[in-house]
Design a protein around this ligand. Sequence first.
Ligand code: ADP
Length: 493
Amino acid sequence: MMKTPIFDKYEQIKLLIDNSEDIISIHDIKGNYLFYGGSAKYDFLAEKIVGKSPYDFYEEEVAKKIIEQIIDTAKSGKRKKFETKIPRYGKEKWFQINLSPIRKNDKIVSVIKICRDITDIVIIKQKILKQKNFFKNIINSISQPLYVIDVETYKVVLANTSTSSNLSVKTKSCYALTHNSDKPCWENGVKCPVNIIKRTKSPCIIEHIHVDENNEEFITEVHGFPVFDENDNVIQVIEYNVDITEKKKLEQALIVEKEKAEESNRLKSSFLANMSHEIRTPMNAILGFGELLKNDSLSSEKKEEFIDIINSSGAHLLEIIEDIIDISKIDSKQIQLRISKFRLNPFINDIYKFFNSRIENKEEKELRVYSKIENGNDLIISDRKRLKQILINLLSNAIKFTHRGTIELYYSIKEKQLLFSVKDTGVGISEKDIPFVFDRFRQVGKMPEKVFVGTGLGLAISKGFVELMGGHISVVSKEGEGSNFSFSIPLLS
Ligand code: ADP
């Protein structure tokens, strides 16, 4: 037996409409109401509405918009969905409106309108947007680059304005953004903060070399923080970068300064030890031989020999003291150049004669002088005393560090420069020592024999004098093969 339904079809539809949360209305193709029902919240008496237009109930602007959309739906036959703000009972309400055409015999006869109150959703959306803007302002107020990376794709999903002026930053991978590379940084042997955080699930701080938009490298401290999903998996990494290039440079400079200070301290101590030894040797000779001279029974030859020793020790002592005075004058910039006019050829000849007379084993060691300056063209203006001191320092070193072979002194005038070089075939200087030979108190290489002992000031003084005269001094040398010290001084006129 057929069961009689409690409600007929019409009643069922009416019940559905009446209990719906939405407002359901049917309009003719001009927008006038044919039917009104639905949400009890907005219950109007249907009889009062049917036959009327939205203009009768809504503000003009709202009504116009609704009617236009209904007419458009009726004409196009296409469904429509839009959101609109409608004041209701003195309150601002947001509605989502769905319009669907109704056909009869293939002709659009009316439009069904379903209005859903989405005010709560809109309010939540607005709140979210407000919060989003608030956080956006916070991250944009940070002057360091800050960005969020997806741990699966390594793509930058969010970035603050300091990250890059490049708007496409969000589509970039983090390694393209920070290293301008198409390869992940770990493939270039660099520790990747994203990988570290994925593994450790903890924040990390590491140093990276990044490049800016102009491909200039800078050192940065990358601070990374994990972002977790509800299952405690790391899904994103927040990174912010601090440019520490200047800090690093400063640190480096401090280290260099510290090393310099330590080195200078060490050199000063070794200088003092060396100096006391250097001073003590001639001093002992002076005192010892002076004491011996008291002996009346000494032969006159012996007395003369002792006096000679006392004299040469005294002269050596004076040399040492003069060196110390010179270097401290250079340091305190107290040296005044004494410029005079003099002839270069006889000046060099005197120096040659002085050194040549001091070379004992002439068959093994030979001093030669070369010059293209003719006697008539050798008048120069310079500081004769300082120039002589430089040449004496270089020549005595060359003779001192050459057991056998030649010591050659070249001098010439070229492009308003006085050029000198002292070349020897002596012990030479190792590559690692060359950068330090002009440093004060510096004695490089091995010093196996007594003859090598010096103050370590000669070259520093020479460099000081050459530079004081506006010139430049340098050395080319090879260990075991010899050295060539050359310097140039601008010619004064
Ligand atoms: P020193 O009084 O020790 O000679 P210098 O300042 O004149 O001091 O020289 C510094 C160091 O440079 C020397 O101790 C030596 O090791 C090296 N040097 C200088 N000139 C020469 C040279 N012509 N050949 C080899 N080494 C040299």
